[in-house]
Design a protein around this ligand. Structure first.
Ligand code: VAH
Length: 318
């Protein structure tokens, strides 16, 4: 069985659906600390689960004969700066416990998301390479960098088959984002559809690497299905799809909604965005397991503006 921890989040909501479609709903157990997330999972089993409750996690894994864990629960960049020690503790203690459980119970595979947040102010900003200086200055980024080191350690020392991707900002219309610095790029579509003005918390010219959720799901499943020997990076793979600024995503939407307006009011998240790359070099992922994104900005905007007006959010998302 496949256990998804943090299934109720922005990535988890869509990845759990993809896993159920791929493996069969009866093979997937969705869990989240927010019991209300149950309303999202009428297609597979849902259990409330706090990843910090190690006994509960272990009991579930043993009882349900879990063979793969997708550990998606984390405190993201913006919220992490409001609660640094809690963010560090949740992000790190939960990963270490899952890696230890995978080692002890010899689980088949573990997936754990990293992020472009592992890069810092002195990382090369254009076409950031797979290997480079990484001095993250957010708690979230520090936890992702440390987590990558632990993933590689458990693979090299105990042969735990843990795999990871450094996601760019993820954008989808089926779930709201969970407290990150790239959340603006999801909210802007909701404001456009609602005919409301949009105020960006990042400056107009702030370029960030971004990816449409269908591409993020495809990258995750492609990586997890790759033969073990093809997965040569055991820290976390750079993956890219596009890069854009708030004014560029606004322009792509205004082409469909001429009356849509934007203004810019940078807040504390501007400094976080400024510490991250503008664009990502994902040559290594393309070489090792054939990564290839499908969506650029125009295609993403077209797809979201087509589907979002008809999409019914679960109560927990509003
Ligand atoms: C965040 N959405 O903003 C996440 C992601 C690259 C950004 O890690 O924290």
């Amino acid at each position: 069985k496949i256990l998804v921890i943090g299934a109720g989040g922005q990535l988890g909501s869509e990845l759990t659906q993809a896993l159920a479609s791929t493996y069969g709903a009866e093979q997937v157990i969705a869990t989240d600390i927010n019991a209300q997330a149950a309303s999202k999972f009428d297609f597979c089993q849902f259990r409330p689960l706090d990843v910090m409750d190690q006994r509960a996690v272990r009991e579930l894994v043993v009882q349900e004969k879990v063979s793969q864990i997708y550990h998606l629960a984390a405190v993201l960049s913006a919220v992490g700066e409001q609660k640094p020690l809690f963010a560090w503790q949740l992000n790190m203690d939960s990963l270490l416990y899952i890696l230890e459980l995978a080692r002890e119970l010899k689980l088949d595979k573990v997936y754990w998301p990293s992020s472009i947040a592992v890069f810092g102010p002195n990382t090369p900003k254009q076409q950031t390479p797979q290997y480079c200086v990484k001095e993250p200055n957010t708690v979230y980024g520090i936890s992702k960098q440390a987590g990558e080191r632990w993933c590689e350690y458990y693979f090299q020392k105990y042969q735990v088959d843990v795999r990871s991707l450094r996601y760019p900002g993820l954008i989808g219309y089926k779930a709201l984002p969970g407290g990150g610095t790239t959340d603006y790029a999801v909210d802007i579509y909701h404001k456009a559809i609602a005919g409301q003005h949009f105020e960006s918390f990042l400056r107009a010219d702030t370029a960030l690497p971004m990816m449409y959720m269908p591409d993020a799901i495809k990258a995750t499943l492609d990586l997890m299905h790759a033969p073990r020997e093809q997965v040569r990076v055991r820290s976390s793979y750079n993956v890219g799809a596009m890069s854009f600024t708030p004014e560029e995503i606004y322009a792509s939407i205004q082409a469909h909604h001429p009356d849509f307006t934007i203004s810019y009011a940078p807040d504390f998240r501007q400094a976080i965005a400024d510490s991250w790359p503008d664009s990502i070099d994902d040559t290594v992922a393309r070489r090792d397991w054939g990564w290839a994104p499908q969506y650029d900005l125009a295609a993403m905007t077209e797809d979201i503006l087509t589907h979002l007006p008809h999409f019914r959010f679960e109560t927990t998302d509003m």
